[in-house]
Write a protein that binds this ligand. Sequence first.
Ligand code: ADP
Ligand code: MN
Ligand code: MN
Ligand code: MN
Length: 346
Amino acid sequence: MTKYKLEYIWLDGYTPVPNLRGKTQIKEYGSFPTLEQLPLWGFDGSSTQQAEGRSSDCVLKPVRVFPDSQRTNGVLVMCEVMMPDGVTPHPSNKRATILDDEGAWFGFEQEYFFYKNGRPLGFPESGYPAPQGPYYTGVGYSKVGDVARQIVEEHLDACLASGINHEGINAEVAKGQWEFQIFGKGSKRAADEMWMARYLLERLAEKYGVDIEWHCKPLGDTDWNGSGMHCNFSTKFMREVGGKAYFEALMGAFETNLEDHISVYGPDNHMRLTGKHETAPWNKFSYGVADRGASIRVPHSFIKNDYKGYLEDRRPNSQGDPYQIASQVLKTIATVPTDAKDAAAA
Ligand code: ADP
Ligand code: MN
Ligand code: MN
Ligand code: MN
C-alpha cells in the first residue's frame, strides 16, 4: 500500500469569477487511485461564498483525476460542489448542467499576464517599458525577462506529466503576457483540463513570488493588449459534412444568440472588445476569413475544404469559464438543423 496525497480541487462561489480552491487528504491505495476509488469529501462553504451561517457543509464529488508530477505520490482531483445531500449540484456548480458532446472538439487559447508588485512582470516601478511590438513570440532578456520562460516551461512539463492536453505556448503582445493552448474532445474534458492547467500555473508561480492576472484588460484603456481565451470549436458534423449553407445558418444563429454568448464569455469584455487592436466590438457580431478583427475567424483551410473544419470564436476572454463557454457554443449549434436543405431555408 502507498500513501497518496489527494488534492481535491474545486471552484468557489465568488462572482463574477470563481477562484480555484484545494485541500489535501492522505489515503492508502495499492496503486494510483481510479475515480471510482475516490470518496466524497466536505468543506466549509461559508468560507468560500457557497453557504451561509450554521449548516455550511458542502460536498466535493470527484469527477476527474490526474497524476500530480510536482508532488511525490500526488493526485489532482477535479471536483464538483454538491449540496449537503451529496447528489444535488450546488448553484455555483456549472459543470453539472452543461451540454456535452464527445464529438465536439474544443481548443482554448488561454492568455494571461504574470504580475509582480502590482504590475506586469518586467514593467518598471513607474511608467511603462518600450511599447508593444517586439514581445509577441519574442526571445531575449529585454523581451521576456529572466523568470517568465522558466515558469512557462515548468508549467508545460507539469501539464504534460498530468496527461493534460497542452498544445503549445507563446509569448504574447504585451510585456509580461503569455498564452498556452489546451485541446479536448468534449466540453467537460476540454474545460476540466483548462481549469486544471490554470490551477497548476497559479500554484507553480507561487514559488517565484509571481501572480497570474487573468483579467481581460488589466492595463485598462491603454495601448497595451488585453487577454482573451479564443475558443476554437468543431462538431463531427462540421468536420465531416459542413457546407456553405450550414455554415451561413450557423453564423446566423451565433448572431441571434449574441447576448447569450457575451454573458458567459467573461466579465468586463467591453473593456477588451472595443473594435481596436484586432478585436471586434462586443455588441456587434461579425465573421470573416482569416479575419482577426472579426467575432469569429474562419480559417482559410475551412473554406478550401468546402466549409468543413473548425471555427475560432475570438470573443471569450481570459477570465471566462470554459465550461459555460463550450456549453453556450453547443447550445447555439443545437439550434441549427444539420440537414443542408433545412439549413439553407432557415
Ligand atoms: P491562433 O493563435 O493562430 O489563433 P493557436 O495555434 O493558438 O491559433 O490555437 C489554435 C487552436 O485550435 C488550438 O488550441 C487547437 O487545438 C485548436 N484546433 C485545431 N483544430 C481543431 C478542431 N478541428 N476543432 C477544435 N479545435 C481545433
Ligand atoms: Mn493563439
Ligand atoms: Mn493569442
Ligand atoms: Mn486565436
